[in-house]
Design a protein around this ligand. Structure first.
Ligand code: SF4
Length: 474
């Protein structure tokens, strides 16, 4: 009975560490062949750790394994040949083979995948650093052992949101140092989650019935900066850890499941321009939540805001030209230390021009530990409140006008609640909890089927105020 090929010492160790007498006798067994450099070895360790965490056993021989994973190297010709031989051996001896590692990402001169060309019978191929993808393939071809504790937790984890929408947190921390904020000191610098993991999580959520996925972070535009936009893998194809590629992939997945993707905390960097065209088919919603906080360049400088040098008004107008139904949400701070009346009026002028659809405004409030507390010329509390009220008054007008323009139009809404007298839905322009809603009337006509929570329906807008719309089923 041939033994599994293995890297001299370390991989042998991880294989044996993975096998445990405590694992249930009927647990499925995975064989592991680890080739290549220390980085590949770390990938192998992570996959073996995950296998073990999920209750799989590891097998020392091909015929004792229910499936074999081969982690390959593609660095030099000799390594490529060794990897291809290892895959061939695993296929001949076992038959069920998943391939991962550097060779998985390599193409030949004609652009074809080297591995599937030589070994078309492999079950799945991923590139390096693709633990989530490999585990996904393992789950497909060798279902997870039942765990009475873990199995109480669904694949999509435990969610606190209603079943039909969910948040996808794409990174932790933040590389900026806005003077009013202490998040970086609490959560550290930006750490982007691997794109493959995000895609698996997104798919699990869609499979569980999520119809709207809300992408969140501290700075969505910066996704991938910390890992230098490293290439990850999704569905066997290389994908960059970059906002544009993430949005593109999420849009494709959402389309497959008939769902929406909504983007929050997007800073107006130039590359956001590439995201607007992805909003064309209605799955990536024409909606951007951009926390601008102010408009005057000097205030933005004192705030140390990211993208403060960008011409935000020009950018917003250019986006609206690209997609006239784009909804823009933003938040602002009134009465930041040193804000003069002229600077505040500059903000009001900006709001009149920018015609932000959804706006929140806060009177500046010092946070313990924030560097803004040391800035000179604090604005008196009553002036901060008064300026906030002026912003909100102006916004009422702008919002009412923009919502009024929707009367008579047909909108697609996602139903959030169904009551005895009306249903409540949200259109592409309404994020849950923070924006307005659509009150749907005729949903409740006796004899007419009521819409269900989590269902998309088309409605015709009949009335608007400064926050909400009223509509009937189309
Ligand atoms: S406010 Fe500034 S520092 Fe704080 S999380 Fe947002 S971008 Fe980062």
């Amino acid at each position: 009975m041939p033994e599994l090929r293995r890297n001299p010492v370390p991989a042998a160790n991880v294989q044996e560490a993975g096998a445990s007498a405590a694992a249930p006798a009927a647990a499925p067994k995975v064989g592991f062949v680890s080739l290549g450099c220390p980085k590949a070895l770390v990938d192998s360790e992570q996959i073996l750790t995950q296998l073990r965490a999920e209750g799989y056993q590891t097998a020392k021989s091909y015929d004792g394994a229910d499936l074999v994973i081969v982690n390959t190297c593609g660095f030099i010709d000799a390594a490529v040949q060794e990897s291809l031989d290892a895959i061939g051996e695993a296929l001949a001896e076992n038959g069920k083979v998943i391939v991962t590692g550097c060779l998985g990402a390599k193409k030949d001169a004609s652009g074809e995948d080297i591995i599937t060309k030589v070994h078309p019978k492999v079950l799945a191929v991923t590139g390096p650093h693709a633990v989530a993808e490999v585990m996904n393939s393992v789950h497909t071809h060798l279902p997870k052992p039942h765990d009475p504790f873990l199995d109480l937790v669904p694949d999509h984890g435990i969610k606190l949101t209603p079943k039909h929408y969910a948040y996808l947190k794409i990174s932790e921390g933040c590389n900026h140092r806005c003077s009013f904020c202490i998040i970086p000191s609490m959560r550290g610098d930006l750490v982007s989650r691997p794109i493959g993991d995000l895609m698996v999580e997104a798919e699990n959520l869609f499979k569980a019935g999520v119809k709207e996925l809300l992408v969140i972070s501290q700075d969505t535009s910066a996704y991938g900066v910390d890992v230098k936009f490293r290439t990850g893998f999704w569905n066997g194809r290389p994908v960059k850890t970059h906002m544009t590629q993430l949005v593109e992939c999420l849009g494709q997945l959402a389309k497959q499941y008939g769902a929406w993707v909504r983007l929050h905390y997007v800073y107006p960097y130039p590359h956001v321009d590439q995201v607007i065209p992805l909003m064309g088919d209605g799955h990536v919603l024409p909606y951007l939540d951009i926390p601008l906080q102010h408009a005057h360049p000097d205030v933005l400088k004192r705030m140390k805001r990211p993208a403060s040098g960008e011409k935000n008004l020009d950018r917003i107008q250019a986006w609206r030209k690209m997609n006239p139904i784009l909804t823009i949400r933003s938040t602002f701070i009134a009465g930041f230390p040193g804000e003069t009346e002229a600077e505040f009026e500059y903000l009001l002028e900006f709001l009149k021009e920018a015609q932000i659809d959804r706006l929140g405004c806060f009177a500046y409030s010092p946070v313990e530990g924030a560097t803004a507390n040391e800035l000179p010329d604090p604005v008196p509390q009553e002036v901060r409140e008064e300026r906030r009220a002026r912003v909100m008054l102006l916004q009422e007008e702008i919002s009412a006008k923009r919502l009024q323009a929707k009367v008579g139009k047909t909108l697609r809404v996602l139903v959030d609640e169904v009551g005895p007298r009306e249903a409540i839905g949200r259109s592409a322009a309404d994020a849950p909890e923070i924006d307005g809603v659509v009150h749907i009337k005729r949903a409740l006509v006796p004899g007419k089927a009521k819409p269900a929570v989590g269902e998309f329906i088309d409605v015709v807008v009949t009335k608007a105020d400064a926050h909400d719309l009223w509509a009937t089923v189309a």
